[in-house]
Design a protein around this ligand. Sequence first.
Ligand SMILES: [Zn+2]
Length: 191
Amino acid sequence: MEQQLELSFDEMWEKIMACDPTYDGLFYTAVKTTKIFCRPSCRSRKPKKENVAFYFGIRQVEQAGFRACKRCQPEVEHSPHTGVITDTIQFLVNHYKQRLVLQDIADHVGVSSFHLERLFKQETAETPRTYLEKIRIDKASHLIISTNWTNLEICYETGFQSPSNFYKAFRRLKHCSPNEYRTHVRMESRP
Ligand SMILES: [Zn+2]
């Protein structure tokens, strides 16, 4: 799995601040001051932004001289299927803009679509489709914070086929509308 993960530094930063487990296994947070590395979802005290470096592979982060965090144990694989699941999620993160059907994902990972759906559900309690929707809404939230794009532009940029699907998914995952989210973030960032 040499393919680079298409997430910016700021996006990865947002995810570690949220302790979001969605991206576990895709990248690691290395803290230059403590020489410890973590999963994105680790609930240990957050480092300062300038002390953080992100790595995409466990070998690379270990070779760079970092030790695994005792709390989140990023070096421990919880299941023999971790490879397939991580591969699937990475594919979703890198292709969220496209219209994807289960077969495309299964072809990429190299298993049957039936097997993938079942395995994914077993390991994450979600389907690849609902997981993709979460990744798209995370992208949308990031764009709301970091750009001046309209909701409609963001809707199509993040791979939604219609505004109504976008609004529905946004509300379900963020518990507010895109406009409410925008206002909320602006208010919070006000000095
Ligand atoms: Zn940790």
